[in-house]
Design a protein around this ligand. Structure first.
Ligand code: PBG
Length: 330
């Protein structure tokens, strides 16, 4: 019996039969320049200290940072995002260390800029690496996160990051009004060149566990639902991105990445700003765990994961796979 496949003139497989044709019609391509490497920086020691739940990721001592960033630059990476791993001794309930001009993250920024002036440096703006409780903001006796007091601290912190040479202050705290306030503070201090990457659509996700372990920030399962977005809500995510854009953000972040591809797409369609997706620690750990067990093949899975973020509409991707991708995918 002759099978009838419908309209025989329409054969989309013609575009897939030959590797050359497939290469010609590829729609979304991942480049090294699309990747930003998160780096955990520690104060002491001379050796890189592995993070158990993030295989392949280490805390880099300040004195090793120049070497690390030099290697990343040689591999073709253009951006790093710095996270300080602070000693518990510097942590306080209100996180004043955040705006110590000589604090760890401020010195790390200066060190990266000294070692590789062309490297674009992003630094997280939030209080969690500096507070004893691990919340991103200042907490009152009733356990509430105080919005405006926190914003004031974030403004002070952003100015110290700018003084150290940061290219993009990256508020990840989800307080109201922080982007506008930080913009005003930076401009007031003469730092109009310093940009703001706003973590606008940051969800109260269970995928941040390994990160919190890496930076020693409080309990793994800390409840941040009163400031981070509820996972099922996309309209609130769009409100946040719209407000951050109005307040002067230069780039918008969606975080985590894979469970929120629809949010990446929706933000992409509403904004003309560059969109950044943060492929977070738990997403990385998940892939690594399956790879270690031999259940998944790392190269094609990482390629597919990162490319899917580009397809969804992300211009840039913050990922713990940045270095690995440069070494293995391109
Ligand atoms: C803190 C911050 C977090 C991450 C980046 N900045 C954790 C949190 O909100 O608790 C998570 C990143 C990751 O999981 O890779 N403001």
């Amino acid at each position: 019996m002759k099978i009838d496949i419908g309209n025989p003139h329409r054969r989309p497989r013609r575009m897939r039969l030959h590797p050359g044709v497939r290469a010609l019609v590829e729609e979304n391509i991942l480049r090294k320049e699309d990747l930003i490497a998160p780096l955990f920086v520690s104060e002491t020691g001379t050796v890189r200290f592995p993070v158990p739940s993030l295989p392949g990721v280490s805390r880099v001592p300040l004195q090793e940072l120049a070497k690390e960033v030099g290697e990343l630059a040689a591999l073709g990476l253009r951006g790093v995002m710095l996270f300080p791993v602070n000693d518990v001794k510097v942590k306080t309930p209100s996180g004043e260390e955040a705006f110590n001009p000589n604090g760890l993250v401020q010195r790390a920024i200066a060190e990266v800029k000294r070692a590789v002036p062309g490297m674009v440096v992003f630094a997280d703006v939030a209080l969690d690496p500096f507070t004893t409780h691990g919340h991103d903001g200042i907490v009152n006796d009733a356990g509430e996160i105080l919005n405006d007091e926190t914003v004031e601290a974030l403004c002070k912190m952003s100015v110290t990051l700018a003084q150290a040479g940061v290219d993009f202050a990256s508020p990840s705290d989800m307080m109201d009004g922080r982007v506008g306030a930080i913009r005003t503070a930076l401009d007031g201090a003469g730092f109009w060149r310093v940009g703001i990457l706003a973590y606008s659509a940051k969800f109260a996700s269970a995928f941040y566990g390994p990160f919190r372990e890496a930076v020693n920030s409080g309990a793994r399962g800390l409840d941040k639902k009163s400031y981070q977005l509820t996972p099922g809500n996309i309209r609130q995510a769009l409100q946040e991105t719209e407000l951050d854009e109005q307040e002067g953000a230069d780039m918008l972040m969606v975080k985590p990445a894979l469970p929120y591809l629809d949010v990446v797409r929706a933000v992409r369609e509403k904004s003309l700003l560059p969109i950044v997706a943060y492929h977070v620690s738990g997403e990385y750990a998940m892939l690594k765990a399956a790879v270690e067990r031999g259940w998944l093949d790392e190269k094609p899975c990482v390629q597919e994961t990162l490319t899917s973020l580009r397809r969804a509409g992300a211009d840039l991707i913050v990922t713990y796979y940045a270095r690995w991708a440069c070494e293995n995918l391109f």
